[in-house]
Ligand binder design. Structure first.
Ligand SMILES: *Cc1c(COP(=O)(O)O)cnc(C)c1O
Length: 325
């Protein structure tokens, strides 16, 4: 018995339906030509708050609200904090968001604008998480984890459900991988629909905690490094309870990308797909452009790339798309 099962994801979909979008799956002619098979982009960029995180956060908070909770706290590299702030406002709850000083200013500002309290603390995601847990312990807020939580995983799983409904013959799904909440949720629904669906997790070459943990056979800490894919930074928690085991169970292929490749992904999204995506959202496209995905596997059938978010600083975006980042 898994801690999250497909029935949980169906229930999550009902709970979040009014506040979260069913996102479009758009075919990319240029990437389809390159891969020799249909390539579709799952556009989480159009979600309120600009990332898929609103699914898991809205689901977790909706469950807490049903239980009578009114005050939540979280730690975040940006998108989860923003999503919790949005969900709290939508559900009439009070949110406090702890972030490390590495989080870009545009993301901090966005959380404040959604009515949440922000506390900046330390220089790593683990520092921010520690502070959030302290506030939960001492002030009675309920901590909402960014990924390692069954309700968050079930919320992200609604992406997988939409994919298998909209592309029943999907053969490959490529998912950005950090803490693994997104990967675990999508893989749960994909493998339940068809165990032959190949699940690929993509992340940046330096500071990839899940990748290092999979290699080590247990959760390990890595040094945080600045990356264009800032939403993929942060540890998975040495006390990880769910996402490490679920990711290990379902991952068929794990890919690492360097910064130049992620930049090409962002530029491709903009020039060819007319999409503004953040680094973490571009890794699937980057992997395909790099030829990093197994060609024989790609020929098995349609490929879905999960494009997770659009929250990039627009000055950085301009530099990257001009080729000078
Ligand atoms: C959080 C996030 C990810 C990674 O999700 P995990 O559940 O931590 O693996 C990928 N892309 C974007 C845009 C994100 O905000």
């Amino acid at each position: 018995m898994s801690v999250v099962c497909p029935a949980d994801v169906y229930r999550a979909r009902q709970r979040i339906a009014a506040r979260v979008r069913r996102t479009p799956l758009v075919e990319s002619p240029s990437l389809s030509a390159l891969a020799g098979t249909r390539v579709l982009l799952k556009l989480e960029t159009v979600q309120p708050t600009g990332s898929f995180k609103v699914r898991g956060a809205t689901h977790a908070l909706a469950v807490l609200a049903e239980q009578g909770c009114t005050r939540v706290v979280t730690a975040s590299t940006g998108n989860h904090g923003r999503a919790v702030a949005y969900a709290a406002q939508a559900l009439g709850m009070q949110a406090t968001v702890c972030m490390s000083s590495l989080v870009p200013a545009n993301k901090v500002q966005a959380v404040r604008q959604l009515g949440a309290q922000v506390c900046i603390t330390g220089t790593s995601q683990d520092d921010a998480q520690q502070e959030a847990r302290r506030l939960a312990h001492e002030e009675g807020f309920v901590f909402v984890p960014p990924f390692d939580d069954p309700h968050v995983i079930a919320g992200q799983g609604t992406i997988g459900l939409e994919i298998v409904e909209d592309v029943p013959d999907v053969a490959n799904i490529v998912v950005p991988l950090s803490g693994g909440g997104l990967f675990a949720g999508v893989a749960l629904m994909a493998k339940a629909a068809n165990p032959a669906i190949r699940m690929t997790g993509v992340t940046m070459a330096h500071g990839a905690a899940m990748h290092a943990s999979l290699a080590a056979g247990q959760p390990v800490a890595v040094e945080e490094v600045e990356s264009l894919a800032d939403s993929l930074g942060g540890g998975i928690g040495l006390d990880n309870r769910y996402t490490f085991l679920l990711t290990r169970e379902w991952i068929d292929e794990a890919l690492l990308l360097d910064e130049a490749s992620i930049a090409r992904g962002i530029a491709h999204a903009y020039r060819e797909e007319r999409l503004v995506v953040e680094g973490a959202g571009a890794v699937g496209m980057a992997a395909l452009l790099d030829g990093a995905l197994d060609a024989a596997q790609l020929r098995r059938g349609p490929v879905v790339l999960v494009v997770g978010g659009s929250n990039i600083d627009m000055d950085l975006h301009r530099r990257v798309t001009a080729g000078c980042a």
